[in-house]
Design a binder for this molecule. Structure first.
Ligand code: BGC
Length: 741
């Protein structure tokens, strides 16, 4: 069957055909979806005037660029990203457009996705959010984010995938692929070295080359080379003294030349600062520089963008080259052909039952059981008659706020609602606030509609919560951070590792009156837990999205056996983190030296032998797993050969569960200092009680290499390597060795 597409062309309407190869259609090559992409790009390029070429390189509204109307090349529409599809804003303002059909399903924050350690969950996430983007007619989804978790104070860590380059690389690829299956481009952000919000437009990240390549670039590289990302967003901050939205080394050197990226580099909104640098240093599409383009003003309009009239003037005067211009236009055309002009993309869907189901599954699988002394969890509804739920985060909607990832959801299930629904009439669920945190519920005009005002004093709130806890069989405290400034929020960093609003005091007071206390932390960051020894149960539940409450209840009552693992280290105190230990994080500094180098997260904890509060990769289950001995296929290998490593894992408990078997490698003899061990493999295996499975890993030569800054190459040295297999980065159950000759 041939499909017919109506394309406006030069004021007329052209009948273009698409659908079958060799259909004899005499229309322009660029409209023929059966022709190779590059032929179509060249054809379109050859038909564009100079003005049209420049016009596709910058915004025409907050989230769109103009396309080429004369040729029937449509506008390109972007949307945030990365946890759901942002509601429509006005053409020229951040305020709401006031649509009634733009609410979405909020998927869990990317920290939660990373905590699933399950690539299938990432694929499900990408498929689902991609379908929502497609249904809303978006061409570019501004996400996912893969900036490495360098400090627990970074306000945007919740939008990223943790501290480890291998984990983030594995988790980002299926997300990218599945979004793009919908004819929607991802825009991987924020490239690169955007590891704090303090001074985000001004700070220059000073990083040595080895650290850059071993820690901060791999996830971006995987998204581009393995995922095939169609666009990448430059970061706000600087590197080597140049803003990352027009950074010669990073964009032209690393991304386009070294990695062969053929897509478009999109600026972060307001991240462009200079015409000459934007032209020559790899920026292709400029967004968000100014906001008042429609008001008939003569300056600060979209035409005044760095890649608009100022660029045109340089082209006309011969100051700027046509080759560079054409390269940018080709990249933008590729992006448009892959998305907006992709006539074969599926239709997508919005707020479908499947999407809610996906959100709930991912959230449930990402929840991490940090501590479970005395088997306080799961709560048994046949013996627990009265359950006290305490804490503001039990009732607060978390999908509104936090910056550009803020959403307008069709529905959000809070923890209290989820717990109530799960308990039904089997237990009495009673609620107390305990403390007051952030009562606002408004972001760019999206309002939660919740009235969180409170008239009681702090001491009264604590007293009321303690009284309720004392008269209940079990207590679930739901606290943590929220999406307001200086918490898990864009544009500011946290001010400390501690929980805000004196929650520590409330938790300690509750612990004194009820031993069956479970503390649930809602956050995208590690928090200090001075009360950790006082409570029996601790759960990290992240920002769970639309199904947050149901997913939490699934875990608390044992419908879902927790299998999430931490994607970053929880240090006992801030100084146990490398950047902070070395005084290499200063929110006021404009020169941020990454003095800890490659020793980020667990790499620092292992090197300094500091015991984390909870280690990278840690997460308990309602069952237990035993590990057999690790076996390597060879004890001596050639430097070009793979090694097969296997281990038997058995569920030795009473219930079915999933274990994330983690493989780390340490280089025993190296000419350079290397981390004690680094994650190089993981598998999530589902096991019935008593079941044993053999888990296999392939260790490739690439996994053994380090980056040598002098040669700019990855180097494999001969000698002995140790394979560590375990349940977390510190809970190593078995080791094996092999030697590379
Ligand atoms: C953020 C980006 C976001 C963009 C558009 C910026 O402030 O840094 O992550 O995609 O705004 O909303």
């Amino acid at each position: 069957m041939k499909k017919t597409l109506l394309v406006p062309l030069a004021g007329a309407v052209l009948l273009a055909s698409c659908g079958q190869a060799g259909n004899g259609n005499a229309g322009p090559v660029y409209l023929d979806v059966d022709r190779p992409l590059e032929e179509r790009v060249e054809d379109a390029l050859s038909r564009m005037t100079l003005e049209e070429k420049v016009r596709v390189l910058h915004a025409q509204s907050k989230f769109s660029s103009a396309g080429v109307p004369r040729l029937g090349i449509p506008e390109l529409w972007c949307t945030d990203g990365p946890h759901g599809i942002r509601p429509e804003v006005l053409w020229d303002e951040w305020d709401q457009a006031g649509w009634t059909n733009d609410s979405c399903v909020a998927f869990p924050a990317l920290t939660c996705l990373a905590a699933t350690w399950n690539e299938d969950m990432s694929a499900l996430y990408g498929k689902s959010i991609g379908e929502e983007a497609r249904y809303r007619e978006k061409d570019v989804l501004l996400g996912p984010g893969v900036n490495i978790y360098r400090t627990p104070l970074n306000g945007r860590n919740f939008e990223y995938m943790g501290e480890d380059p291998y984990l983030a690389s594995k988790m980002v690829v299926p997300y990218v692929q599945q979004v793009q299956e919908n004819g929607v481009a991802v825009c991987v952000k924020h490239f690169a070295l955007n590891n704090q919000e303090a001074k985000r437009h001004e700070y220059d990240a000073v990083v040595d080359d080895r650290t850059l390549h071993e820690i901060y670039l791999p996830a971006f590289k995987a998204a581009v080379q393995e995922g095939g990302a169609w666009s990448v967003m430059g970061a706000y901050n600087l590197y080597r003294g140049q803003h990352l939205c027009h950074n010669e080394y990073m964009l032209n050197g690393v991304l386009k030349q070294d990695w062969g990226f053929d897509g478009a580099v999109i600026s972060d909104w307001g991240g462009t600062h200079d015409t000459a640098e934007s032209i020559s240093n790899g920026l292709d599409l400029e967004f968000g520089t100014w906001t008042n383009g429609l008001r008939g003003e003569t300056s600060n309009t979209y035409n005044s963008y760095y890649l608009a009239d100022p660029y045109l003037a340089r082209l006309r005067s011969g100051e700027a080259s046509m080759e560079v211009l054409d390269d940018k236009v080709r990249r933008v055309l590729r992006l448009i052909f892959r998305t907006a002009m992709n006539t074969r993309k599926p239709f997508g869907s919005l707020c479908s039952p499947e999407h809610y189901d996906a959100a709930r599954r991912i959230a449930g699988e990402g929840i991490v059981l940090l501590k479970n002394d005395g088997g306080v969890l799961p709560l048994d509804l046949s013996s627990t008659r009265r359950i006290a739920v305490i804490g503001e985060n039990a009732i607060k909607m978390m999908t509104v706020g936090g910056g550009s990832s803020s959403l307008k959801v069709q529905h959000e299930c809070t923890p209290l609602e989820g717990i109530r629904a799960a308990a039904g009439d089997k237990a009495e669920i009673v609620y107390e606030r305990g403390y007051v945190g952030d009562i606002s519920g408004d972001y760019n005009g999206v309002v939660t509609g919740q009235d969180l005002s409170e008239s009681r004093s702090e001491s009264q709130l604590t007293a009321d919560a303690v009284a309720l806890a004392a008269s209940s069989d079990a207590v679930i405290f739901v606290g943590g951070l929220n999406k307001s400034a200086h918490q898990d929020c864009e544009d500011s960093d946290r001010l400390g590792l501690e929980l805000p609003y004196d929650q520590d005091k409330v938790i300690s007071a509750l612990a004194k009156v009820n031993p069956n206390l479970v503390v649930v932390i809602i956050s995208g960051n590690a928090v200090a837990m001075p009360w950790a020894d006082e409570v029996n149960g601790i759960v990290e539940a992240w920002f769970g999205g639309s199904e947050a409450g149901n997913a939490l209840a699934d875990v608390l009552f044992g419908k879902v056996n927790p299998s999430g693992k931490l994607p970053f280290t929880f240090p006992a105190k801030l100084e146990d983190n490398g950047a902070h230990a070395l005084g290499a994080y200063d929110p006021d500094a404009v020169r941020v030296e990454y003095k800890e180098g490659i020793y980020v997260g667990y790499r620092w904890a292992d090197k300094m032998q500091v015991k984390p509060l909870f280690a990278f990769g840690h997460g308990l289950s309602y069952t237990d797993f035993s590990y057999g001995g690790a076996k390597c296929s060879k004890s001596v290998v050639r430097s070009s050969a793979d090694v097969q490593v296997s281990v038997d894992v058995t569920n030795i408990g009473q219930v079915a569960g999933k274990e994330v078997v983690q493989l780390y490698i340490g280089d025993d003899e190296s000419s350079v200092e290397r981390p004690v061990r680094e994650l190089k493999g993981f598998r999530k295996v589902a096991l019935e009680p008593g079941e044993t499975r053999t888990v296999n890993f392939t260790v490739t030569p690439d996994m053994l290499k380090f980056y040598d800054p002098a040669s700019g190459c990855w180097v494999l040295e001969k000698g002995s390597f140790t394979v560590y297999i375990g349940s977390s980065s510190t809970d190593i159950r078995t080791t094996a060795r092999f030697e590379v000759r």
